[in-house]
Design a protein around this ligand. Structure first.
Ligand code: SF4
Length: 377
């Protein structure tokens, strides 16, 4: 079977090269060609021996999922939709800002966690992405942007695993992808600039701390177990107490001295002053004196069938003030890319229709690739 070289971190590629009778430094060269230069054709790899290139042509490929569509927002946000087969599609989002370029990656097609406010959660779970399908989103985006912005240096400075799926439910495929992001021969991102976001898979948080301790974000969304059981069903398995204790343990290994808590602002559900006060008490209880978290308040992106609405701006501001006054660093996420769709997972949900997959994907392809000159950076 032909191996997809995007499925390997550097150690994995070294094992693959060893099987071909090649030394580790050949794996390093190959890894650099793939990830730093964006090569997908072995003939481009001019410093590899011709005999090795011929062996690779027989036994390997560099294959990313096919692009279905590209949507570019007036604010420069780009959303790509990739076909991962079987009628499934996943989304990748690039968010350009003054001082950084952030890429949001998906880890699963669909998601089994069923969070009430999440469009992906409403679609259910299809399958885990392979390592190659995760890293291919970065590989594609980085080299696409470099080419179209005509820049040689790195454009994506931050990666967040906050797209479709619960990354810690796809742990064995996630970790090699993270390692490729961090590797100096790959994307060379620091651990502070790679963030895994979890809804609270406690045992895997402990494993990540050991195996690849990148920055951690936790989808909190509620200040008490009763409400969180309803909004994030995983809470019934791992309660807030277990989750916050796991955050404390993670901090000993984390590249930053805080955990980011994400909190989706839902009108009349979790956005009252008493909820903010409960959060302050919760954080104080578990931080034993020092505040070790930041809050990111996320205005809800409404989608059909959620039955939920976005908190009004005044309520979000008042909520943020209660947290800030208690000494907790709190930001309100700017809504980005509102004109290219709303909620994460919504575009992919439009594609996913197992009865008429081909037709749907074909229709999505009809609005592909607007001129890239409108990308602002
Ligand atoms: S918020 Fe994240 S974990 Fe929850 S359903 Fe959506 S993708 Fe899954």
């Amino acid at each position: 079977m032909t191996a997809n070289l995007l499925d390997y971190d550097l150690d994995g590629l070294a094992v693959f090269c060893d099987r071909l009778g090649e030394k580790r430094y050949r794996a390093v060269q190959l890894f650099r060609w793939i990830h730093q230069k964006g090569a997908s054709n072995f003939d481009e790899m001019s410093d590899l021996a011709k005999s090795l290139r011929e062996k690779l042509k027989i036994s390997a490929q560099i294959k990313a999922p096919n692009l279905i569509s590209q949507h570019i927002s007036s604010d420069g946000t780009i959303k790509w939709l990739f076909d991962v087969g079987g009628g499934d599609a996943v989304e990748t989002v690039f968010i350009p800002e003054e001082d950084r370029g952030t890429l949001c990656l998906s880890s699963q097609a669909g998601c089994a966690m069923g969070c009430r406010f999440c469009s992906t959660g409403h679609q259910g779970f299809s399958r885990n992405l392979k390592t190659g399908e995760i890293i291919a989103q970065l590989w594609f985006a980085e080299h696409f942007l470099r080419k179209h912005l005509q820049r040689d240096e790195r454009i994506i400075s931050n990666v967040v695993m906050m797209g479709m799926g619960e990354p810690l439910q796809n742990y064995s495929e996630l970790v090699p992808a993270l390692r490729a992001m961090l590797d100096d021969h790959g994307y060379g991102l620091s651990r502070r600039r790679v963030t895994v976001s979890t809804s609270g898979v406690v045992p895997m948080m402990d494993r990540l701390a050991q195996d690849c301790p990148v920055a951690l974000a936790v989808s909190l969304h509620a200040p008490n177990d009763a409400l969180r059981d309803d909004l994030v069903p995983l809470n019934k398995k791992y309660s807030l107490a277990e989750l916050l204790n796991a955050c404390n343990r993670y901090l000993a290994f984390a590249p930053r001295d805080f955990i980011t808590f994400e909190y989706c602002m839902l009108q009349d559900v979790n956005d009252q002053p008493e909820h903010a006060q409960q959060l302050v008490s919760l954080v104080r209880h578990y931080s034993s004196g020092g505040v070790w978290c930041k809050f990111n308040l996320i205005p809800f992106n409404p989608f059909p069938a959620s039955g939920l609405t976005r908190s009004v701006p005044e309520r979000i501001q008042a909520f943020a003030k209660i947290l800030s006054d208690a000494g907790i660093v709190t930001t309100i996420r700017k809504t980005r890319g509102d004109d290219i769709d709303a909620a994460c997972g919504q575009l992919a949900g439009e594609v996913k229709d197992r009865t008429r997959v081909g037709e749907r994907i074909a229709r999505q392809r009809t609005f592909v690739l607007k001129p890239v000159s409108v990308i602002s950076k």
